[in-house]
Design a binder for this molecule. Sequence first.
Ligand code: FAD
Ligand code: NAP
Ligand code: SF4
Length: 675
Amino acid sequence: MTSYPNLLAPLDLGYTTLKNRVLMGSMHTGLEERGDWNRVAEFYAARARGGAGLIVTGGMAPNAEGGVFPGAAGLFSDQDIANHKSVTDRVHEEGGKIAMQILHAGRYAYGPNCVSASPLKSPISPFPPKELDEEGIQKQIADFATAAARAKAAGYDGVEVMGSEGYFLNQFLVTHTNKREDRWGGSYENRMRLPIKVVKAVREAVGPEFIVIYRLSMIDLIPNGSSFDEVVQLAKEIEKAGATIINTGIGWHEARIPTIATSVPRAAFTWVTKKLMGQVTIPVITSNRINNPDTAEDVLAGGAADMISMARPFLADPDFVAKAAAGEADRIAPCIGCNQACLDHTFGGKISTCLVNPRACYETELSYEMTDTPKSIAIVGAGPAGLSTALVADERGHDVTLFDRADQVGGQLNMAKKIPGKEEFVGLVDWYKRMVEASDIDLQLGKEVNADDLTGFDEVIIATGVSPRDPGIEGQDGDKVLSYIDVLRDGAEVGDRVAIIGAGGIGFDMAEFLTQAGESPTENLEEWLVEWGVADPEEVRGGLSPEGPKPEAPARQVTLMQRKAQALGKGLGKTTGWIHRATLKMKGVEMVGGVNYERITDEGLMVSTGETRENPQVIEVDNVILCAGQISNRTLADQLAQKGITAHVIGGADVAAELDAKRAIDQGSRLAASL
Ligand code: FAD
Ligand code: NAP
Ligand code: SF4
């Protein structure tokens, strides 16, 4: 008897059956645009082998004007169809099913030829769209249908029509972006004409026995978004137009409410999908921040949906479903919702991968094959760099000894996991712990290693991480001065008024830690919804609370500072930095740039501004917390070098600047793959 009876139950669609209720949701990986189709095929084949019930590809443009950026991939030529056929063939060989998403970006297209319902520029793109005329609209409908027919010719089992997240079809649906007065604007019947026509045309183009998913925005999270009555009305019409399945979209990309970041509670929006259940007769899929089989099973058992969409969890672990089915759910590498290697890469024009799994999208070039020449390997430091090296080296058949002076694995991740909104890091550290326990790695905790301990190994790897940088501020040895380690690791008491020196990732996290009173909203959905101003879309159009965000009162008065004369938080994640800035603003954190730290006194912190050190003033605080960056901890590496012992130095011990867990894990995994 499986622990996941609902999740692993087949879904009968009449002419075909999905083997379980898990949809791998659409993600733009950037692979298609690189043209290495073997790599694309192996990426999807791995997820099919791992048991996903139905895979949806990254969005393919139906035409040039609808591409997310100029040159975005689509099925435009016979060669494109042949390339995609190589992907569908590999997925089918692995026993999977795959649908192609048709994504028309409308005014979100990052190019001068973008088109939409009305000529209104979006806040997240510099290009105002051209307003389509009747002929232009007919062309778009025809292009959707052609893309679907070509997807069928390329061997896909279906298509997903992207109708949510504020893209083209969504832009016609709401008055926020549709100001037309012709038969495509005005009344809701007129505004929903386009999505319905598109689904009808797609169904006609592909015939009856082909999966057509429609992704429908169930809570827009923008002003003048759809009412829930309109959502239901649209869903019914989409069913009549010929869709097989309705998938959930949550929030437009321009919405200022986080929808998938790590600080969003798990399954935070499944209650929205649940409102649609029973209103249509075709299956309904829910999504967003579902990252483990237990949560997914609970959502299905609670009647919130017929199927679960998970996207990023399939980057973290392609074998998600196979492991759940085999009773090995605790071995599933968890997606922590960080966006650091997936969405941040996409928006940075890089290939997507995963912080937890550097093989994602690199399946053809990073392999963890068994070694012919097992070696004895010593690894010092069980932070993410050392852990990833140890696990990959062990998987390859090496004989690994892993040391850490701490009494637990995880290194700095053990501080990250204490930050409100970063609770997923708890699961990541636990996963590492379990994976080490289940391996043949000889783990030696509580062991401060010196150079003499490292003789007799074939390979020595130094992953000793980082130490806090000494900012050299007069008075920093006083009682009121603490380091981030004192606070986050050792639990030092902190007063009511605090100045934080340094506004990098750790300074921001420290400000969130110190301002949060009581339970983290990430652990309490009701509180989180109130904090961000999310309302019931049945009561308020678009689900935006008229009262706006209502955060809890901050636990402390915090001033966050940096020396650079620029806005704070510029170096934070591309897709998550705004969330951290918004959170601190809601908590009344004062953010000050362009300061000089003069000295720390009994009263507080004296700062001045500018090169000429003007306006000296004392910020009266109970504590000053140093988050002034870090330097490599290379003592052991240097000792080994002096003894002539060759060692590999990785993670923070190698380079401290711009270090994060993504780089540490990637470097460790790649080193272990090469040994
Ligand atoms: P570490 O994690 O520092 O591990 C080094 C290990 O070596 C330690 O466990 C230490 O005990 C051990 N060690 C050192 N010397 C010896 C010795 N002589 N003998 C035995 N053991 C030794 N990164 C992200 O990517 N995303 C985030 O959201 C994020 N948030 C963070 C939040 C906070 C509050 C903090 C502090 C860090 C955060 N980071 C984040 C950064 C991330 O944790 C680090 O970049 C990462 O842990 C560095 O990995 P590492 O393995 O190189 O070093
Ligand atoms: P950081 O991002 O490099 O920030 C260091 C801060 O200290 C900066 O604000 C810097 O600003 C200041 N600083 C540098 N030298 C100083 C000096 N001599 N005196 C006073 N201030 C000084 O480093 P971090 O905050 O320690 O974070 C470490 C790494 O962990 C980061 O690189 C980050 O990637 C990772 N991390 C990531 C996240 C995440 O959400 N992705 C969260 C936490 C940590 P000025 O020079 O302008 O003063
Ligand atoms: Fe999940 Fe982070 Fe990996 Fe993206 S990079 S898939 S959010 S763990």
